[in-house]
Design a binder for this molecule. Structure first.
Ligand code: AMP
Length: 109
């Protein structure tokens, strides 16, 4: 079980931004920008390759709600998802990095 599954189950605490029945958003423990939030589906999916288009549609709407709540929708932000070994993905549970709150440099999450 990945660390994010444990967060979903409440076995590991997180600093929650927003949650609904299917998704959860919380602050990254090692932020790479002033605002660094992770948005995840509660369904156990390894990465972006595993999500179907219907759930991805809902995930998009969820992310838009999160950036509104975080106050970064208009100022701009970067959305990053790592997939597999070459990307350096560390946690094998689909997550979108939402980075913003400042002018971002060239280093991706
Ligand atoms: P990735 O390399 O795309 O798999 O990113 C995994 C991200 O999860 C990293 O940015 C970590 O800082 C973050 N992370 C790992 N454990 C936790 C945790 N317990 N709470 C919040 N963020 C975490």
């Amino acid at each position: 079980m990945s660390v994010f599954s444990k967060i979903i189950k409440g076995e590991i605490p997180c600093k929650k931004v927003y949650e609904d029945e299917e998704f959860l958003a919380f602050y990254d423990i090692a932020p790479k920008a002033k605002v660094h939030i992770l948005a995840i589906p509660k369904k156990e999916l390894k990465d972006f390759n595993a999500i179907d288009s219907a759930l991805m549609g809902k995930m998009s709407a969820f992310i838009l709600k999160v950036v509104e709540i975080a106050g970064i929708k208009e100022s701009g932000y970067r959305l990053v998802t790592n997939i597999g070994a070459n990307s350096g993905q560390e946690v094998p549970h689909l997550h979108f990095h939402i980075l913003g709150g400042e002018r971002l440099g060239g280093n991706f999450a």
